[in-house]
Design a protein around this ligand. Structure first.
Ligand code: NAD
Length: 429
């Protein structure tokens, strides 16, 4: 199963990650629902709800304090560290977490949506003032329970309690997923029972679902891949498999827009739907498929800097080439089709939707320059790929939409003040 998951990670580039309390138990933070977990010791509604905060603030802070301190003192484990490393190198995409422990950030992930808030700060419920958790502990240790702001309002840790509405990170994540949707991407859930709503609705936004957990979850029936075990161990195995495919070499970053596996997958999907139609395939459809197969075959054989790419990239190109060649011989296609296939339109759509996503992202009030930069880089990588495919001269590519985009992206970068190495982004091609 690990091998299958790794193959999917390479085909569905940068899958999203959704984590729950289970990824942090190996860091010593108990989860809620496992036996021996927190649920059994403390009644959540009685102690950790907005109801408890208002009606029994003393109980809320007395029960909460040791837990808050334990969470803040915890260190990231292999699960967080490997997710962080693989995100930084472009193998994994954004992380959505239900956890409030900041261990993903401590483990190196830069792109994290904390949909249940976090325990780094506490905010006044009556004015805009906020304090660090250390400052909150000092106030509590001085005997002021519940802790109060200078204005007299109660200070509440910035976590989402039972009864609270969802924070901006939740809306941001869902908006970005929906705008990027044409990539038909994949989500990998790590250490969540998937019983808490609306978090357990996230997997329905994705084409593929993988679940890594030590026990069954509410969405096991929807998952294509299920791996049982501890999160740290499974993530180690995933990393080892990636390194093995990289012939033992340390993994380097995947270039932005590196989607050879995805392109091969796209053609296989088209072929699959044709095979379903069997005798009713039109000659024109076959021509288009042939043109796409020949385009990709030429791409994989002539991919830029093929000899200097890291082994795992060469593996992906080789693997995709094999799939394409098998299809070519299945349909006995020659190498001189001049029709226009499905790929130019599909790539154009993907680039357009990414650019829409970038524009919608930068309009958000809490937009972060690094994330905008990350999306921008992927668009430029895809534009480079688009142009490269066009230059092969096998199909007609209409550059009119993509032509003006690099300038527009540069303007966004200037405005938001993030660095964009244009040469590096598209120079791969
Ligand atoms: P959950 O307790 O409902 O589910 C955790 C799941 O992880 C369980 O299925 C459990 O079997 C599994 N698990 C436990 N340890 C594991 C390991 N080492 N490897 C693999 N799987 C493991 O947790 P949830 O779904 O995240 O829901 C709990 C809610 O409570 C969350 O919404 C979260 O906000 C909050 N919470 C957060 C923390 C934290 O920040 N670390 C801790 C407890 C609870």
């Amino acid at each position: 199963m690990i091998n299958k998951l790794v193959e999917q990670i390479l085909i569905y580039p940068r899958p999203w990650i959704l984590t729950g309390a289970g990824i942090s138990t190996e860091s010593g933070i108990p989860d809620f629902r496992s036996s021996g977990g927190l649920w059994e010791k403390v009644d959540p509604i009685e102690n950790f709800s907005t109801w408890a905060l208002y009606n029994n603030p003393k109980g809320f802070f007395t029960h909460g304090l040791p837990l808050f301190q334990q969470v803040l003192a915890a260190d990231p484990n292999d699960g967080h560290i490997i997710v962080g490393e693989l995100q930084e190198k472009g193998f994994l995409g954004p992380v959505i977490t239900q956890n409030v422990d900041s261990l993903h950030q401590k483990g190196g992930a830069a792109w994290v949506y904390e949909i249940h808030g976090h325990l780094r700060t506490a905010s006044c419920m009556d004015c805009p003032q906020s304090v660090t958790m250390e400052e909150l502990f000092t106030i509590i240790n001085q005997g002021e329970i519940p802790p109060r702001c200078e204005c007299g309002g109660m200070l509440k840790p910035d976590v989402i309690l039972f009864g609270d509405s969802m924070p901006n990170d939740f809306q941001d994540a869902i908006r970005l997923i929906r705008t990027l949707n044409p990539m038909d991407n994949m989500i990998i859930v790590i250490g969540s029972s998937l019983t808490v709503s609306p978090i357990n609705l996230f997997p329905y936004e994705f084409k593929k679902l993988a679940i890594l957990n030590n026990s069954s979850t509410a969405l096991d029936n929807n998952a294509e891949i299920i791996i049982r075990g501890t999160a740290g161990n499974i993530m180690q195995n995933i990393k080892q498999r990636l390194i093995a495919l990289n012939k033992g070499e340390t993994l380097k970053s995947l270039p932005a827009g590196f989607i050879p596996g995805r392109l091969a997958g796209m053609v296989l999907d088209i072929e699959g739907s044709m095979a379903d139609k069997k005798a009713s395939i039109k000659a024109e459809e076959l021509d288009r498929l042939a043109a796409d197969l020949i385009l990709l075959e030429t791409l994989y054989k002539n991919y830029p800097h093929i000899n200097t790419r890291q082994p795992i990239e060469r593996y992906m190109l080789h693997h995709s080439l094999e799939k394409i060649q098998a299809l070519k011989s299945k349909y006995s296609f020659e190498s001189d089709y001049s029709s226009t296939g499905y790929i130019p339109r599909s790539l154009n759509d993907i680039i357009e939707s990414y650019f829409d996503a970038l524009q919608s992202y930068i309009r958000q009030y809490n937009c972060q320059a690094e994330i905008a930069g990350e999306i921008a880089l992927q668009i430029l990588g895809l534009i480079g790929l688009y142009r490269f495919l066009g230059d092969l001269g096998i199909q007609t590519f209409d550059y009119s939409y993509t032509r003006g985009l690099p300038d527009k992206i540069q303007q966004i970068a200037n405005r938001l003040n993030f660095k964009l190495d244009m040469e590096k982004a598209t120079g791969d091609f």
